[in-house]
Design a protein around this ligand. Structure first.
Ligand code: SAH
Length: 346
């Protein structure tokens, strides 16, 4: 009878050690294999040269090593690279490398499609197919780190979970991926260089706070008024601002980490004085900074970025209240690689 081979990368180090013990071999073989799989990103058992031939053959019999494959790569005129990443079951997600003078940032996906229904986001139009496994998230980072070294002659410096999907709806796998990214047996990156962006799932924000995670939190706020937010992010009806606020206060109390609010200003939606006032007030609940994001049009013109003067009104009001505000210009727009444009179009 043919054995159904398991994905070896779904095993923890402890499970790998146990596997070897169960086969009458020494536990440290598990550590060696783990190192091959994660630190060295081995694609085959054959290359695991510190194992005997017999051990390699035995592993081959029981397991497969699933890896993502960068199926297509597009380069923007501004240097941004968008990858279409094929998963072992043929589904595709996208991840983006964003270079600046001093940094290279990887923008990675956490789900195939998305279950949320933000009206302004292209990914929302793709049905959520499944969560990504920890290794599929990790591999996107490894692929971008390689591209960064190859094209920009430096390692990856930052990671943002701002690709496809809602990371907090796939929290256990996102956390496992971050553990691998930050561990010495993985990429050894500092969690301070990682940002998880969420549309705001209060229960999960609280959980992250209780676990005292060390990475950064960004919240896609877009409005601090329930009626407005629900209109553009309908799940706000289930997770209203009051609950979000409470979770964010808890986050700050536990982690002492400032929160970043991502915010797009749209004409006729959140461009009024009361919208600005509500945001300023919301920023007082817990230390925060605001990232005003440029809108990347995805469609028929239902959403339009507000004129520069409205954006400057936001900046002035926030600064007058001592809140740090930055304006984020889009990158990679010409290849649909900018925020909210990831929709497997290429
Ligand atoms: N689901 C997560 C992460 C993915 S979206 C979240 O909601 O945070 C990453 C960021 O891009 C979010 O702040 C999102 O609100 C923003 N975004 C989505 N569509 C956009 C668009 N068309 N233009 C600009 N930003 C967009």
């Amino acid at each position: 009878m043919e054995v159904v081979k398991k994905d070896i990368r779904a095993l923890s180090k402890v499970q790998l050690r146990e596997f070897f013990i169960s086969r009458g071999e020494q536990a440290f073989r598990g550590n060696q294999v783990y190192e091959w799989l994660w630190q060295k990103s081995a694609h085959s058992f054959e290359g695991m040269t510190n194992l005997t031939k017999a051990t390699r053959a035995m592993l081959e019999q029981h397991f497969v090593i699933n890896h993502i494959k960068v199926d297509a790569m597009q380069r923007s005129s501004d240097g941004t690279i968008k990858n279409a990443v094929k998963l072992h079951d043929g589904l595709i997600v996208e991840s983006v490398l964003i270079p600046t003078e001093t940094r290279t940032t990887a923008c990675v996906s956490s789900q195939v499609g998305c279950s949320l229904d933000c009206k302004f986001c292209a990914t929302a139009r793709l049905k959520r197919m499944r969560n990504l496994n920890p290794d599929e998230i990790y591999d996107q980072v490894v692929a971008i780190d390689r591209q960064s070294r190859l094209y920009f002659d430096r390692p990856l410096s930052n990671i943002v979970f701002m690709g496809m999907g809602e990371p907090l709806m796939n929290y256990p796998n996102v956390l496992k991926a971050i553990d691998k990214i930050t561990s010495e047996e993985g990429l050894g990156m500092s969690p301070k260089r990682i940002t998880v962006s969420t549309s705001g799932v209060p229960k999960m924000i609280k959980k992250m706070a209780d676990e005292e995670v060390k990475f950064n939190l960004a919240v896609s706020l877009h409005s601090a008024i329930d009626a407005v937010r629900t209109q553009i992010m309908p799940f706000n009806a289930t997770f209203p601002l009051k609950d979000l606020r409470e979770a964010l206060i808890h986050w700050y109390q536990k982690t002492r980490k400032k929160i970043t609010y991502e915010y797009v200003v749209w004409q006729g939606i959140n461009d009024r004085k009361e919208d600005i006032e509500a945001l300023v007030k919301f920023c007082r609940f817990a230390p925060a900074k605001v990232n005003l994001i440029e809108y990347n049009p995805i469609d028929d013109g239902q959403f339009q970025q507000a004129p520069e003067e409205v954006i400057q009104n936001y900046v002035r009001a926030l600064e007058a209240n001592g809140i740090v505000v930055t304006i984020r210009r889009s990158r990679g727009k010409d290849i649909d690689a900018a925020c909210g444009q990831l929709a497997n179009k290429a």
